[in-house]
Design a protein around this ligand. Structure first.
Ligand code: HEM
Ligand code: NAG
Ligand code: NAG
Length: 381
């Protein structure tokens, strides 16, 4: 950097800085468009000294401190973070233009309905176990007087910021607190076919590639209810890091069962203590999704960028983003970098990978040192 800059005179430096700033503004307005604050806008200083682009965002700093301390155990990427991220999806995906076209109510998307109407939505099979995090989060939302829809997306973004390697997600505030219960059968299940998952996501406005982008979330995830005898069994060997190990490990040949038999929606795992959803196993190998899947093994930065973009979209399903206020600067800048690039678990070799996309061939990965990996469960908090 300093070598690069020393090549220029001061006036040239400031010219380059200006050009850089301008292109950064242009680029970000193309990528994350519309709700981004205008570059000239003045920052507001909130009580406590932190700054944000909009005065109405100040209250979110108070919510942030409360969540980090009292929901996320002081800023951990643990069970509550994982469940909070899952909840962003289960609320938002309750939206079906297809049902509206048929003259029925198609749901309000990211409207907080899963929290307001847990009595209805909690009975949907795909929402098995979601009641725990909804009941845990609800008193926080009520205490701070923010809408359930805003709160769910905020908690997901704050929680993710605690995970190593995570992107800093966008957060827009201003969703109405009014909602009606989502219709049933809109949340995908792990026993679904690829056809059905792609069709459901397409109805809600997401491409097959974007479904894969969303599933980077399973990099910081574990199951409790598909096999209830082994709660906390993670989907990859690093459930507190937002890394591409999930995409590598789902491609390994599966040959063992971590719990008591194979359950509906479960596929065989490659490593002891790890859980594989049938949905993830199929999407990793389907010609419509395998190339995007493999691309994240080649480039983890690409995975972070794509996840940020698709989460910006997920968080406003059913809303007009121009009517919301950009409070993204309240979300902490993730501070834990990844310690290494993608690797194979100890004891595995490249030929254990069932890669199926020629267009994004896998790089040669080295295996972690040491004895064959067994993954410990995510502790309940
Ligand atoms: C085809 C789509 C999807 C299917 C079939 C699916 C299925 C599942 C299942 C069955 C579990 C285990 C739940 C349990 O037993 O406790 C799970 C966990 C999880 N899912 Fe998904 N999921 C999908 C998409 C997503 C998306 C889009 C997100 C977020 C953007 C997400 C985030 C999570 C997280 C973070 C967990 C871990 C929860 C925890 O550790 O407590 N999933 N998913
Ligand atoms: C949102 O609605 C719920 C009832 O569904 C209520 O308990 C809560 O206090 C409301 N929050 C706000 C900010 O109005
Ligand atoms: C394991 O599965 C068998 C057969 O389904 C069942 O009889 C047994 O009770 C299960 N054990 C546990 C610990 O859940």
């Amino acid at each position: 950097m300093s070598l690069f800059w020393s090549l220029f005179h001061n006036s040239e430096k400031s010219r380059y800085i200006k050009m850089f700033k301008l292109s950064a503004v242009l680029l970000s307005s193309v990528l994350f468009a519309v709700a981004a604050p205008a570059p000239t806008e003045k920052l507001v200083t909130c009580a406590g000294g932190r700054t944000t682009a909009h005065a109405t965002c100040c209250k979110w700093f108070v919510v942030l401190d409360d969540l980090q301390e009292n929901l996320f155990d002081g800023g951990e990427c643990g069970e509550e973070t994982h469940e909070s991220l899952r909840l962003t999806f289960h609320d938002a995906i309750g939206f079906s233009p297809k049902l509206f076209r048929e003259g029925k109510f198609g749901g309000g998307g990211a409207d907080g309905s899963i929290m307001a109407h847990l009595d209805v939505e909690g009975t949907f099979p795909a929402n098995n176990g979601i009641d725990e995090i909804v009941e845990t989060q609800r008193p926080f939302a009520i205490k701070h007087g923010v809408s359930f829809g805003d709160f769910i997306q905020f908690a997901g973004a704050v929680g993710l910021s605690n995970c190593a390697g995570a992107p800093r997600l966008e957060f827009l505030a201003g969703r109405s607190n009014f909602s009606q219960p989502s219709p049933p059968s809109l949340v995908p299940e792990p026993s679904d076919s690829v056809d059905s998952m792609i069709a459901r996501l397409a109805d809600a406005g997401f491409t097959a590639n974007e479904l894969v982008d969303l599933l980077a979330s399973h990099s910081v995830a574990a199951q409790d209810h598909v096999d209830p005898t082994i709660p906390g069994t993670p989907f990859d060997s690093t459930p507190s890091a937002f890394d591409s190990n999930f995409f590598v490990e789902t491609l390994l040949a599966g040959n063992l069962v971590p719990g008591n038999g194979t359950n509906v929606g479960q596929a065989e795992s490659p490593i002891a203590g790890e859980f594989r959803l049938q949905s993830d196993a199929l999407l990793a190998r389907d010609p419509r999704t395998a190339c995007e899947w493999q691309s994240f093994i080649i480039d983890e930065t690409f995975m972070q960028t794509k996840f940020r973009a698709v989460m910006s979209k997920l968080a406003v399903v059913g809303h007009n983003r121009n009517l919301l206020t950009d409070c993204s600067d309240v979300i902490p800048i993730p501070s834990h970098p990844l310690s290494k690039g993608a690797t194979l678990p100890a004891g595995k070799v490249m030929s254990d990978l069932e890669a199926s996309c020629q267009a994004t061939p896998l790089p040669t990965l080295s295996a972690d040192p040491g004895p064959t990996t067994s993954v410990p469960p995510v502790p309940p908090s």
